[in-house]
Design a protein around this ligand. Structure first.
Ligand code: BES
Ligand code: ZN
Length: 580
């Protein structure tokens, strides 16, 4: 018996969704999507009563069950699950029997999955822009559905948009046609023929252009950055080939990239056929392309083999980070892969603020296991227990080793993993020693620093240097001022460097860095950057009010989820409703 999903009202033990067919009209004036969804559902056991779908802030007009009007009701709104939609079955359903449930509905302008941008907020300034972000539980604000990663279905979509604009989805494009109902509009058709979980439904509408970057890849963005993006992500096909070599064929056909407006809240999002990335990756030197390697890796771990519920999220992200680093290892060097692993470990350590105990462990056969796991569970959703059972069956001659693993510590004990791998520290050593020089320096030592300290360091190493300095106690103001003098970090545009540098300055209470930090926090909205920058300024007592007033001023232009979370961080009440 399948376990339940605590994030969903839908009872996927009773029904499964096989296919979803969307008919949408994107209304930029009202900031809503109107239309319908037809769900092909299948009873898993004899059913007499009702079917429950997840919704959030949706207006439901009517429901048809096999073409016949059906009774429905919305329950009470739950804090994070949204509102259950209960649909009465007009007829009894037998086990295995399928039906088409069609829901006519409208989204809310505050839908948590959607950000609506005015033309003014875009690069081109001529057309508005819409994008979705459904992971983890926001699809229900876009489509009434069984919004759980335990369920996989194929989807088709027909999307009507203003005719000067382009619609893209996490699917193959299946042609356009004029909208027969409105001469100013155009319909884009899509098909996703590989079954996907609801959180991978994605839609974007904007003045988009594209460039070819490989035999199965285009990069999409507003025209102002499309050439820069084509340069930045030119390694995409190389990465895809390495990934295929590691874990098997890429089953999704096209692999396109979409560079979103700066308010996109994540670094990347693995929407099938169309990875979304933040424009903060456009460093000009391809140095932040590991995010693309990460999203490519999700094509196997996440999209092909999917975590059954969000409690098993590590199955998606853990295997994906492992693959992301193997790709980096093949592209650059094994030394570089291990450098990234050390950085990742430190980041994890810092996030727990606990001490690690150092042991040695090496599990080279893991890639063989991962490949077999992907083959075994392709097109399915998996829970941690199933992963573990498969691990034991794959390593049946190594049961002793597996039994010696402290599974309870790994899976159920908060804090660091119970073992630590030893890595090649060549590239990390330069960062560690320079970090130590700065953190131990007395005022009289400051003269000894010069631009030569960092002239042989890569941008990856500069990021790591600053990350290490952020773990230490705040530097004195004199130190960061000297650092600016000799390294001129204020001039660096690379977002990962700039972010850590500005945090370091704020921690050192350098007042001149406050406007720069708030500028970065608001000019882009990647939550990894925006939330800590706002919080750091907020904690700098003298600028507490400025952080709050800057937030209030920008809130209506921010992504609904970012606005909600920054508001929570800064303890500002949601005076006007953004998203739930
Ligand atoms: N799928 C995640 C992003 C995500 C996770 C969105 C949970 C919503 C809920 C994506 O693959 C990811 O991990 N992105 C990272 C970058 C990556 C290189 C670690 C990010 O956005 O920072
Ligand atoms: Zn990820």
């Amino acid at each position: 018996m399948a376990e339940a999903d605590p994030c969903s009202f839908s009872s996927f033990q009773k029904f499964v969704t096989r296919h979803v067919s969307l008919t949408w009209n994107v209304d930029f004036c009202r900031r809503v999507i109107t239309g319908s969804v037809a769900l092909t559902i299948e009873a898993q056991e004899k059913q007499q009563n009702s079917l429950i779908l997840d919704t959030r802030d949706l207006k439901i007009q009517n429901v048809l069950f096999n073409g016949q009007e059906a009774q429905f009701s919305l329950g009470t709104k739950h804090s994070f699950k949204g509102t259950p939609l209960e649909i009465c079955l007009p007829d009894e359903m037998q086990r295995g029997q399928q039906a088409i449930v069609e829901v006519f509905y409208e989204t809310s302008p505050a839908a948590s999955a959607l950000q609506w941008l005015t033309a003014e907020q875009t690069l081109g300034k001529l057309h508005p822009y819409l994008f979705s972000q459904c992971q983890a539980t926001h699809c229900r604000s876009l489509v009434p559905c069984q919004d759980t990663p335990a369920m996989k279905f194929t989807y088709y979509a027909r999307v009507s948009v203003p005719k000067e604009m382009v619609a893209l989805m996490s699917a193959s494009h299946d042609g356009n046609e004029p909208d027969p109902l409105d001469a100013n509009r155009k319909i884009f058709n899509f098909r996703q023929t590989v079954p996907i979980p609801s959180y991978l439904i994605a839609v974007v509408v904007g003045a988009l252009e594209s460039r070819n970057i490989g035999p199965r890849s285009r990069v999409w963005s507003e025209k102002e950055v499309v050439d820069k993006a084509a340069y930045e992500f030119a390694e995409t096909e190389t990465m895809l080939k390495i990934a295929e070599d590691l874990v098997g064929p890429y089953v999704w056909g096209q692999y396109d990239l979409l560079v979103l407006p700066p308010s996109f809240p994540y670094g990347g999002m693995e929407n099938p056929c169309l990875t979304y990335v933040t424009p903060t990756l456009l460093a000009g030197d391809r140095s932040l392309s590991s995010v693309v390697a990460h999203e490519i890796s999700h094509s196997w771990t996440g999209n092909l083999v999917t975590n059954k519920t969000w409690e098993h999220f590590w199955l998606n992200e853990g295997h994906t980070v492992y693959l992301e680093r193997l790709i980096a290892g093949r592209m650059f060097s094994e030394q570089f892969r291990q450098f990234k692993a050390i950085g990742g470990w430190k980041e994890l350590l810092h996030s727990f603020k606990v001490k690690a105990d150092l042991k040695r462990d090496n599990f080279n056969a893991f890639l063989g296991f991962l490949k077999a796991y992907i083959q075994r569970f392709a097109f399915n959703s998996v829970a941690t227990d199933e992963w573990k059972t498969f691990l034991y069956s794959y390593f049946k001659d190594k049961v002793d080793i597996l039994n010696a693993v402290d599974w309870n510590a790994w899976m159920h004990t908060p804090g660091m993993p119970p073992v630590q791998t030893k890595y090649d520290t060549t590239l990390a050593d330069a960062c560690i020693s320079l970090c130590q020089r700065w953190s131990k320096a007395k005022t009289s030592d400051l003269e000894s620093f010069s631009a030569a300290d960092i002239k042989d360091m890569s941008s990856h190493q500069l990021i790591e240097l600053l990350a290490l300095l952020l773990i230490e106690d705040p530097l004195p103001l004199t130190h960061v001022q000297r650092m600016q003098e000799v390294y001129n970090f204020n001039a660096v545009q690379n977002s990962e460097i700039r972010f850590r540098w500005l945090r370091l300055c704020i921690r050192a209470k350098w007042e001149e860095a406050v406007p720069l930090a708030l500028k970065m926090a608001t000019e882009q909205g990647r939550m990894k950057f925006t939330r800590p920058l706002f919080s750091d300024v907020y904690k700098f007592e003298k600028f507490h009010d400025e952080a709050v007033s800057t937030y209030r001023k920008h809130r209506t232009f921010m992504h609904p989820v970012t606005a909600m979370l920054v508001g929570r961080d800064l303890k500002v009440d949601a005076e006007q409703s953004t998203a739930s």
